[in-house]
Write a new protein. Structure first.
Length: 454
């Protein structure tokens, strides 16, 4: 059977895909009950489970994971003797940040400039829809030639490790010959790309206390230690003058030897303002794929509106450290904790809390599954060859699955190309990428099944 019917079938299914993604994006499924009701995540999980049941999946289950969230599992049996492929996505999303900055409501899928905008449209509710499209196309063109397991995680963005812990306690559940993680993206729109490395992550919360209570800055300022000023000084110690991450004992000189990222393209993709310099040294690929990177992602401090002339008695910040392949996230956590404890100025009292942690990942792109994917992408993207790149983000589950199933091949694809602006305001997905990657995934499953018959 030729590839033409697959592409035609996927094209015919795109209106349905848009309608379903509209429904799924509407759930405000941020896995943090302090920000959004838990019921939003539960409703999204129910939607995913119903979608699997409608596609004849068996053993569909809502898994209560140890971090208090739910992952959704289903199994679609294939022909006798066929290999098993695990398809992964997550239905939880990042918070919308400043909703007023969105050009359209973040939880309403909106078409604009040839893209579909909405929180989770690319990361990663669109990834789940991609899996559905691929399976539907195969069912309409001779059937699904492999056994398929689907797992849709409910707390990937929070990094709290619920699904990793569940998988470790139930190692038979997600066992597969090959695993497709639908949560990365092409290097750019129209260039088929598999992700070969992921940086790991550690997330820490640090608090400084200097006074028993806030004080009048006029009466005590100049001698009394201000916790907010101490926090600013502490956080500044995490970067050199050129912006390079500087955590005591953490190596920052690794180099990337694969696909390069031209600085001009990176500035455009990152929307760096004219005249503002990039930070760090080395190539852009070195900095975002091969080296650690620290980011202060939140500070508790008085807002400008309503601020009073006071010295702050305590201050708190949340810090993310991306950890590249070749470094251990647990060791990086220890180094970052020790750095924060030793660099707090003026004897400020320091407490550090670990919020989350995930190990970096490196795929074996020479494995047979990658050959099947390269063939599929060559057809789905006429005139283009599959590329491999790194990704600065983290998917902690990858290392858990690699440890549980060392013989399984793990491929990383997805919809989060630079224009998608995942985790930022105005996140969007390219419907053309959704269509082409769905074709590629369907063809990959067919190619992979054939390769196992040899």
């Amino acid at each position: 059977m030729t590839a033409r019917p697959i592409s035609e079938t996927v094209a015919s299914l795109m209106p349905r895909a848009k309608a379903e993604l509209t429904e799924l994006v509407a759930f405000r499924s941020v896995a943090d009950p302090a920000q959004f009701p838990r019921s939003e995540c539960e409703a999204a999980a129910d939607w995913v489970a119903d979608a699997l049941r409608a596609e004849d999946f068996q053993d569909v289950a809502l898994l209560d994971t140890p971090d208090g969230t739910r992952s959704v599992y289903g199994f679609l049996p294939g022909p006798a003797g066929a290999p098993t492929v695990l398809l992964y996505a997550h239905y939880d999303v990042q918070p919308p940040l400043d909703e007023a900055a969105w050009l359209s409501p973040p939880f309403e899928l909106t078409e604009r400039d040839g893209r579909w905008f909405g929180r989770g449209a690319a990361d990663c509710k669109g990834g789940f829809i991609m899996h559905l499209l691929a399976l539907r196309a195969l069912k309409a063109n001779g059937g699904v030639p492999v056994s398929v397991k689907v797992i849709a995680e409910g707390s990937e963005e929070q990094g709290t490790g619920g699904l990793e812990q569940y998988a470790e306690a139930h190692p038979e559940l997600l066992a597969a010959d090959t695993i497709v993680i639908g949560d990365t993206g092409n290097f750019r729109v129209g260039l088929p790309t598999v992700t070969s490395t992921l940086r790991g992550m550690t997330m820490l919360r640090v608090q400084l206390n200097t006074l028993e209570g806030n004080l009048h800055s006029g009466q005590f300022g100049g001698a009394a230690p201000d916790a907010l000023a101490a926090m600013i000084q502490l956080l500044a110690s995490l970067r050199a003058e050129d912006g390079t991450t500087t955590v005591d004992g953490l190596a920052t000189d690794a180099e990337w030897d694969g696909l390069q990222y031209p600085e001009g393209e990176f500035r455009k993709d990152a929307k760096v303002l004219d005249g503002v310099e990039l930070i760090g040294t080395g190539s852009v690929a070195d900095r975002i794929w091969a080296r650690p990177a620290v980011t202060v992602i939140g500070i508790d401090c008085p807002p400008v509106v309503g601020a009073t002339p006071s010295l702050q008695a305590s201050a708190r910040a949340q810090i993310s450290l991306r950890v590249p392949p070749g470094q251990d996230a647990a060791e990086a956590t220890k180094l970052l904790t020790a750095h924060l404890e030793s660099h707090a100025p003026w004897g400020a009292r320091v407490s550090v809390e670990k919020v989350g942690q995930g190990q970096p990942f490196r795929a074996d792109i020479t494995s047979p599954a990658y050959t099947s994917m390269a063939e599929a992408m060559r057809v789905a993207y006429p005139g283009e060859e599959m590329q491999s790149s790194g990704m600065g983000g983290s998917i902690p589950l990858c290392n858990t699955l690699a440890g549980l199933y060392p013989q399984a091949e793990i491929l990383l694809i997805g919809l989060s190309e630079p224009e998608a602006q995942i985790h930022a305001v105005n996140e969007s997905v390219s419907p053309q990428e959704l269509e082409r990657l769905s074709v590629a995934e369907a063809l990959f499953l067919r190619n992979y099944a054939e390769s196992k018959k040899v």
